[in-house]
Design a protein around this ligand. Structure first.
Ligand SMILES: [Mn+2]
Length: 372
């Protein structure tokens, strides 16, 4: 009689300090060894076909919306997953996932259109994908292993979509995220059932703004916290007010934000009228961090005006943030997609690299796009 032994081996790495480039945090391998009575077969041979390993990947935008979407999902359904994220503009994230049969991938707040090829490959490899997003998606693949919750309406964000899926279980985080995505009306509307005093609502606004602010930068070196690290700091707190009171990361972001915004406020516009305003910020870490949130604030303070914020890059050219007028929330995506590295949403979009020689063409296209 042959004897069969089975071991389940658990590989595990500690989660602290790990980020996107690390291997899965946990995987299980089932090894079966058969020992037969014949002398020639006394050496145990693990049979690879019995090997079983399933991995979880959480892929998310490094801004407030991406982080708060994942936070809500993982409060509801805890998972020890590999985190794949980066600076806010780093949206081609799915290509970094190496997954196969039975692996579970959750993708939050990055355009499906920009991750289409990687998504198709992962689905073909046998992975299950939950995709929640509000950016331009193009055609959504029809695949039995893909669950897509995608809504590109200008007044929703990924965290609000996740909140709907979780039936409002962690609503304060979705409210903070909506503020972070500059969806102030949506945030206040969503917050109604919470019955918050105005100062508490304002605190959620500050929280969303600060987490969002942390995501902006050319590279992770510009950021106060790697978005995966910020997510891990925040994840122990189901209550956002407790997070703000107890976690020092919040004070770091709040102070950094105030300082960077004061610097940005002293920069005069290159051009400004009733319809458009264009600013150029210098090549500096503070400018790269603050450009996105500063353009959100400009957009709110001048709701009838479109805004373009260009931040000079060290090797020439500009990173561009465009905000459509808050009164219409339209046209930013079309404008930016007319440039090779452009993309985004109707209300807020950007260009990752605008060569210096394209500056004039951009200025013209920007004014034409929002002329009334
Ligand atoms: Mn978003």
């Amino acid at each position: 009689m042959a004897q069969v032994f089975e071991w389940e081996i658990l590989f595990r790495t500690e989660s602290a300090g790990h980020c996107a480039t690390f291997p899965p945090l946990e995987s299980r391998v089932l090894v079966r060894t058969v020992i037969r009575p014949a002398a020639c077969a006394m050496i145990p041979i693990p049979t690879t076909k019995d090997t079983f390993a399933m991995a979880f990947y959480d892929v998310f935008n490094g801004d407030a919306d991406g982080i708060c979407a994942l936070h809500q999902l993982r409060l509801a359904e805890p998972r020890d997953s590999t985190l794949i994220t980066g600076v806010k503009r780093d949206i081609a994230l799915l290509g970094r996932v190496q997954a196969g049969d039975g692996d579970q991938i959750t993708v939050l707040d990055v355009s499906l259109d920009k991750n289409r090829e990687a998504l198709q490959q992962l689905l073909d490899a046998g992975a299950d994908v939950l995709y929640v997003d509000h950016h331009y998606a193009g055609e959504i693949p029809d695949h039995p292993r893909l669950e897509a919750l995608i809504n590109t309406a200008p007044d929703v964000c990924t965290s609000l979509l996740v909140n709907g899926r979780l039936k409002g279980q962690y609503l304060p985080w979705a409210v903070a995220a909506a503020f972070g995505d500059n969806l102030y009306d949506s945030a206040r509307h969503a917050a109604v059932p919470l019955n918050l005093a105005e100062n508490r609502l304002k605190a959620l606004e500050t929280l969303g703004t600060c987490i969002n602010y942390n995501g902006y930068g050319a590279t992770e070196a510009d950021l106060f916290f790697h978005p995966a690290q910020l997510y891990r700091r925040l994840h122990p707190f189901a209550d956002p007010f407790q997070f703000m009171a107890e976690e020092p990361a919040f004070a770091t972001l709040r102070d950094g934000y105030a300082e960077d915004m004061a610097r940005a406020g002293s920069v005069q516009p290159e051009s400004a009228d009733d319809q458009t305003a264009l600013f150029i910020l210098p090549d500096a870490a503070w400018a790269r961090r603050v450009s996105g949130v500063y353009s959100n604030e400009l957009a709110r303070n001048h709701p009838e005006r479109a805004h373009a914020l260009l931040t000079a890059k060290p090797d020439g050219g500009y990173v561009v943030s465009v905000r459509a007028p808050v009164s219409t929330r339209e046209g930013a995506d079309d404008l930016c997609r007319a440039f090779p590295s452009g993309g985004g949403r109707k209300a807020a979009a950007g260009i990752n690299h605008l060569p210096v020689e394209d500056l004039e063409r951009f200025e013209k296209a920007f004014r034409a796009a929002f002329a009334r």
